[in-house]
Design a protein around this ligand. Structure first.
Ligand SMILES: [Mn+2]
Length: 362
């Protein structure tokens, strides 16, 4: 993991002597801690990693997590009591004047503890450098995301087998979670979205007791977490019989996605990919709107930095992993979204999700 640490330092715009990543209590655990340590198992509440410019890192681990912390390439120091943690921080930060912190992942109370352990230290927010580093994946990360994508692709292709009219949204959501975990996911990467009929016009609908009726759209947006890495996929189906309006909406979204995918390659700006896809949706005059960005970065977290959206500058680089998820939503009627995960290449992109996108009637 030394390469990752060195890359973070190379992306800094401020000089710092060391960087600290410190976890609070779940869910305030900084995923960048796992990025630099590579620990696949363990919760690591309250633990810290101190990173050095030569790529080395020290981990201050609670006794509870010690067995998960050994075996990596970090030097591990273990504390049993809080006072010992403060003492370890004090010792390791001796001589550090300018300390980089991840403002996006550090709680105020942990920052106060660091300052108590090392009075007079200058804390500098270097979260931009961390985001910039994490957004470009190394090959081992690409492989883990590929595996996470395989799980959701298989589950998405299973949907026509279990979905039926009269099923409730939360029942379908439960099937998705269960099937992902049966295939090796440690958990869903976020609460699955399962939305039927007019609920599908709400892009982030929370599943409820709404039942699937003939003529409804059925939209599913879900992801798997596999060895800490996330996937994310959306597929939309129709129950019973497809209307002309539904077919037009579906085909527009499919074409918008194909247009976006064809635009992606290293060197292109994400906002231009968004514009290319969005223009197809805009041609569906009166047929609905797309109130969200075309896609987002994906990795240890489901929104891993970077968006392809109007006005957002994101020059694409090789090995960035992004979602491409155009949608069209007509309030009171319904919505369609189709989402895949791609890895940016020099001359295009590789699509990591493989589930069918043919308009499927349940
Ligand atoms: Mn997404």
């Amino acid at each position: 993991m030394k390469d990752r640490v060195k890359r973070i330092f190379s992306n800094l715009t401020d000089n710092v002597d060391a960087i600290i990543l410190m976890n609070g209590e779940e869910p305030n655990v900084d995923l960048s801690f796992f990025y630099v340590t590579g620990y696949e198992s363990g919760l690591f509440e309250g633990c810290a990693a101190i990173l050095w410019p030569d790529g080395k890192s020290d981990v201050i681990s609670s006794a509870l997590e010690e067995s998960c912390a050994v075996g990596g390439d970090c030097q591990v120091m273990v504390y049993a009591k809080l006072a010992q943690r403060v003492q370890l921080l004090k010792e390791r930060l001796r001589g550090v004047r300018r300390l980089g912190i991840n403002g996006a992942g550090l709680s105020v109370s942990n920052l106060e503890e660091i300052k108590r352990a090392s009075p007079g230290i200058d804390a500098i927010d270097i979260s931009v450098a961390i985001e910039k580093t994490r957004i470009v994946k190394d090959d081992s990360e690409v492989e883990l995301i590929r595996d996470a994508c395989k799980i959701v692709s298989e589950v998405a292709d299973d949907i026509p087998d279990f979905l039926e009219v009269e099923m409730k949204e939360y029942e379908a959501a439960a099937e998705l979670s269960y099937k992902m975990q049966k295939k090796g996911a440690s958990s869903p990467s976020f609460e699955p979205i399962s939305s039927f009929g007019k609920n599908s016009a709400d892009p982030h609908h929370s599943p409820n007791a709404t039942v699937l009726r003939k003529g409804d759209f059925a939209l599913f947006d879900f992801g798997a977490k596999y060895r800490r890495y996330c996937s994310d996929i959306t597929r939309t189906f129709v129950a019973g019989k497809v209307s002309k309006r539904q077919r037009e909406m579906y085909e527009a979204v499919l074409e918008a996605q194909a247009t976006g995918l064809a635009t992606i390659r290293a060197g292109v700006n994400g906002k231009d990919v968004d514009a290319a896809a969005r223009s197809v949706i805009d041609e569906l005059k009166g047929g609905g709107t797309m109130p969200h960005s075309l896609g987002h970065g994906l990795g240890l977290s489901i929104h891993d930095g970077g968006r392809m959206a109007p006005g957002v500058d994101l020059p694409l680089k090789k090995n960035m992993i992004l979602t491409v998820e155009p949608g069209v939503y007509a309030p009171g009627y319904g919505g369609v979204r189709i989402e895949d995960v791609v890895c940016v290449k020099e001359n295009g992109c590789e699509i990591l999700t493989s589930a069918s996108k043919n308009l499927t009637v349940i």
